[in-house]
Design a protein around this ligand. Structure first.
Ligand code: NAD
Ligand code: MG
Length: 367
């Protein structure tokens, strides 16, 4: 098992992230040491519950937790579902002495995290991410939130857990498409911040796709460290966090165009194609490294071309209206070289000439 200590500067608070196999049973110990006397409620995704209830019960059943099961799917990140969780807690006489354990993918973490942050003005939460994406991305950094008809994640809080337990064993049951969803963010992280991670992904891609636990553990651990570095350095979201948006400017536009019927990881992989091309055309990325990034995307089974019948002006228009664009112009994180992004005076995303964007998209369509 690996242990990472997360320090949240602004709050002068620390918590630990455990990464390993068969580490669920350690939650019990952790709760005894850190949360004695708390009433425990487990907020769990329906699928995770069906597949892993036995293991979960043998790990923390002795704490006699209240199970609150949440249906799978993005639509559970709603005001209604938050209310249901709160009512269930109140009906069962949970109060200030509550401890929430969130077991599931990013949907569960975001929803339960939000509920924990407002219940009795905030009760502690332990995250047990069960998808690759939740392990490397959504359980790290403390963002919580729900969706409304006006958009995704528009209501939420920043609320740190008291611990995160990333147990590799959950990944055994994760469908391929969900696994790849997480891999896209892992690839992204390597491109923007860590060349040696990039090289390790190149070298070990077969083992990773075969879900070799040893290599997965080291890759997940490294990703968590990298995300923490970004979050810790830019707790107020002043600049550096923008780099996490690589592949997401185009990716978000594609998701919006497809009315969110495509997977986020797939959209990000397509976004990385386009934004790598833009980095080469409008920035400093060499042709050789451009090819290496393209090859990486292919190694993990993502398509190398944009195989969608979508007009370039439409997609540019959609990028303009993204909430992260300024003065209605899309901004891009540009890769200088593998593991490093372009930055100037604390700014990490840049406007790019419309023509260069157009050319990059067209190039990806024709490949
Ligand atoms: P998800 O939570 O919907 O999980 C994906 C699917 O996998 C679901 O159907 C779920 O039931 C199933 N599942 C979960 N664990 C499983 C397991 N071990 N075996 C088999 N099936 C399992 O999706 P996700 O990709 O984990 O997370 C996406 C969410 O995370 C989005 O709502 C997104 O907004 C949010 N997010 C948040 C942050 C943040 O910083 N808070 C960052 C990135 C994404
Ligand atoms: Mg993302």
């Amino acid at each position: 098992m690996e242990t990472i200590t997360a320090k949240i500067k602004s709050k002068d608070k620390e918590y630990r992230i455990f990464v390993g196999s068969s580490i669920l049973s350690r939650i019990n110990e952790f709760i005894k040491q850190n949360h004695t006397g708390k009433k425990v409620a487990v907020v769990i995704g329906e699928t995770t519950s069906k597949l892993h209830k036995g293991r979960i019960m043998s790990a923390i059943g002795n704490l006699n937790p209240l199970f609150i099961t949440v249906p799978s799917g993005e639509s559970s990140k709603s005001r209604e579902m938050k209310e249901k969780i709160e009512d269930k807690l109140l009906d069962n006489k949970f109060g200030r002495d509550s401890l929430i354990v969130a077991i599931g993918g990013g949907v569960i973490g975001d929803l339960a995290g939000f509920a924990a942050s407002t219940f009795n003005r905030g009760v502690p939460i332990i995250h047990v991410p069960t998808t690759l994406l939740a392990m490397v991305d959504s359980s790290i950094g403390g963002k919580t939130g729900i969706n409304t008809r006006h958009g995704k994640n528009l209501i939420g809080t920043t609320y740190q857990p008291t611990a995160v337990f990333a147990d590799m064993d959950f990944l055994e049951t994760l469908p391929d498409e969900e696994f790849k969803n997480g891999l896209a963010e892992v690839i992204k992280m390597s491109i923007i911040k860590d060349k040696s991670l990039f090289e390790s992904l190149e070298k070990n891609h077969q083992k990773i796709l075969a879900r070799d636990k040893k290599i997965l553990q080291s890759i997940i651990k490294r990703n968590i460290e990298l995300k923490l570095e970004v979050v810790q350095e830019d707790a107020e979201e002043k600049g550096l966090r923008q780099i996490l948006n690589f592949g997401h400017t185009f990716g978000h536009a594609l998701e919006a165009y497809c009315k969110y019927k495509i997977r986020h990881g797939y959209a990000v992989s397509q976004g990385m194609l386009v934004e790598t091309r833009i980095s080469a055309a409008a920035g400093n990325l060499s042709e050789n490294e451009e090819k290496r990034i393209m090859n990486m995307i292919k190694l993990f089974g993502f398509p190398l071309a944009i195989n969608l019948d979508i007009g370039t002006p439409t997609i540019i228009e959609l990028m303009n209206s993204d909430k992260k664009s300024l003065s209605n112009k899309p901004r891009f994180v540009l890769i200088d070289r593998i593991g490093r992004v372009k930055s100037r005076d604390g700014i990490f995303s840049f406007e790019v000439e419309k023509d260069a964007i157009k050319k990059a998209i067209e190039k990806c369509k024709n490949d």
